[in-house]
Design a protein around this ligand. Structure first.
Ligand SMILES: *Cc1c(COP(=O)(O)O)cnc(C)c1O
Length: 435
């Protein structure tokens, strides 16, 4: 399978090139040259299949030409070391819980898959140099990437984070790991971290010597595996006899997760319609209403992983619809939740249904509640465990949130980080010592 750029001015790329590069030469996003449609028989029997079986079928369709089946299936099975169960909340609405991975958020799926795919490429090409992953984080991406790549041979991860700028829980998830993960505590802001990473990628004397990659969320190796759990969610609803008119609702920030859901739909997954749930950062919602897209600076909200003012996957979604706003809005509707509504929803859902939402899932649940047509059923993605947002959730729900053992274990670990100034020469010296 080859990958083209959404900007249309870069050569087609192999899977390996698309994964190692991340962005195309023309700064566009890579898309698979075709979206394979899975056979009817697969959907007829899907409710009898396990999550790894379902995911292997989807993975074969995208990556089968590029990776030997046995290796690919091993990658899928290692990626899915945890389940993504559907938990019914109301009679017609289920929560697709994507937070059972190591860092308790859905990004674990894409990060774990990408890490193993890169590991495969380092072993199978003539270039045996270590791949260095540089990732700037304001919190969650760093933990998903660091844990995803932990222990993967041939790959080293360097996480740059702003000193004092992330929560203690988040910090513990990438500073206590050791092995092939190094945390760089930058004396600056998240923007400084991002600028350092950018400078490194633009430094030809470094990129000629070191194999650098970014592992950020626009990477196709993170995007495509996110479709796995939509098929699995559908299978579980089908088992319950509730998949006849299924609506999928995705709490969205950079819109990678929604894009993966749309791709699942193109592969034949019988989804009636899609809902993009947003917090007060409503550029996509505005686009749905007006057809005009006006990216702007993000504003901070309680659902902070969705605080994005210029969604990086917007071009991919446009590309899927050939820039046809009418076609796009026929499939996708939107909803916006304010912080007050997020709090109310957490409280209401806990009181009425006994289900504890996190602030992101609350946007999803609220977008569906009272918004389903007769006969429709729906799944929303619970994208993070409520304990990751303990203070917000406890204040809103009025109950104590238990910290899961795997999260508590991070917090007990010993913090190790390398102090880093925010000027590029200091970072360059650090990188120069690597091979
Ligand atoms: C990243 C993230 C989102 C947003 O996902 P996108 O793919 O960027 O739209 C939602 N919720 C949580 C908890 C996240 O970490």
């Amino acid at each position: 399978m080859q990958y083209y750029s959404t900007n249309g001015r870069a050569p087609l790329a192999s899977l390996e090139k698309a994964v190692v590069r991340g962005l195309a030469e023309d700064r566009g996003l890579y898309m698979p040259e075709r979206i394979p449609v899975l056979p009817d028989e697969f959907f007829r029997n899907i409710q009898t299949l396990t999550f790894p079986e379902i995911a292997c079928t989807v993975a074969d369709a995208f990556f089968g030409e590029d990776i030997p089946a046995e290796r690919l299936h091993a990658i899928v099975e290692e990626t899915l070391s945890f389940d993504c169960p559907v938990v019914k909340v109301t009679r017609s609405i289920g929560s697709l819980e994507l937070f059972h991975g190591p860092t308790l958020a859905f990004k674990d799926v894409g990060a774990r898959f990408m890490a193993r795919l890169l590991g495969h490429f380092t072993r199978n090409t003539r270039d045996h140099r270590t791949i260095h992953v540089l990732v700037a984080t304001s919190g969650d991406t760093g933990s998903a990437v660091a844990n995803g790549f932990l222990g993967v041979e041939g790959v080293r991860v360097h996480v740059l984070y702003p000193k004092g700028g992330v929560s203690a829980i988040q910090e513990s998830q990438f500073t206590t790991l050791g092995q092939n993960v190094t945390a760089l505590e930058v004396d600056g802001t998240f923007d400084d971290c991002q600028a350092l990473v950018k400078s490194a990628f633009m430094d030809a004397s470094l990129t000629e010597r070191l194999r650098l990659t970014s592992a950020n969320s626009i990477n196709v190796a993170r995007l495509l595996p996110q479709s796995f759990y939509y098929f699995h969610g559908y299978a579980q609803m089908k088992r319950l006899g509730q998949a006849g008119q299924l609506v999928l609702c995705v709490p969205s920030g950079n819109f990678g997760n929604l894009c993966a859901a749309l791709i699942a739909g193109r592969m034949g997954l019988p989804v009636k319609r899609f809902v993009a749930a947003n917090n007060a950062n409503d550029v996509f919602f505005e686009y749905l209403q007006t057809g005009s897209y006006n990216p702007r600076p993000s504003i901070p909200t309680l659902a902070n992983a969705m605080d994005v003012g210029a969604p990086s996957n917007f071009d991919r979604i446009l590309d899927l619809y050939g820039l046809d706003w009418k076609a796009l809005t026929a499939d996708i509707s939107g909803a916006v939740s304010s912080d007050a509504q997020i709090r109310e929803t957490i409280r209401f859902c806990r009181d009425k249904y006994g289900y504890l939402l996190d602030p992101h899932g609350a946007c999803g649940f609220r977008a569906l509640y009272h918004n389903l047509a007769p006969g429709e059923t729906a799944l929303f993605c619970e994208t993070a465990h409520p304990a990751k947002f303990k203070d917000t959730v406890e204040a809103a729900a009025g109950v104590e949130v238990e910290i899961p053992a795997r999260l508590a274990a991070f917090m007990r670990g010993e913090k190790k980080s390398v102090p880093m100034r925010r000027d590029y020469p200091a970072f360059r010296d650090y990188l120069s010592g690597l091979e």
